[in-house]
Write a protein that binds this ligand. Sequence first.
Ligand SMILES: [Zn+2]
Length: 166
Amino acid sequence: MQAATDDIRWMEEALEEARRAGDEGEVPIGALVVYGGDAVGRGANGVERLRDALAHAEMRAIRQAQAWLGDWRLEACTLYVTKEPCPMCMGAALQTRIARIVYSLADPRWGAVESRWRLWEGANRQVAVSGGLLADASLALLQKFFVELRRRKKAVASRKGAGYLG
Ligand SMILES: [Zn+2]
């Protein structure tokens, strides 16, 4: 079960990236691109700080991996991500020919691996996908983030006067 052990280790690192994003006020999602036993790309969600809707964790990790390897082809790479990729990120994974995608929490609303869309079906290349790894940890991070976000919004609302934000 060496492969499974490695998958857990890498997903834990992706969860670290997610935590980092959360600490900086981002929705906590993290990603890693692994090549030959090394992490060659790391990404934490950066949409708010960078004011860039394209700065999803996977996009940032894929960019870094391309730069690191000096190649846009990531054929021998695995993408680890703490939430099922959206259509943009799944598209990027297909464009860069990533061989394998391991995600943690499924996303019924935006998931483009299998929950809402199966974007890789019909693509003219093979990609191995698996989901659900350490999904409880990923879910806990996201839930904690949104609970805190609601608390902060409520605090702001009460400072501004009751009823201001509904
Ligand atoms: Zn995405």
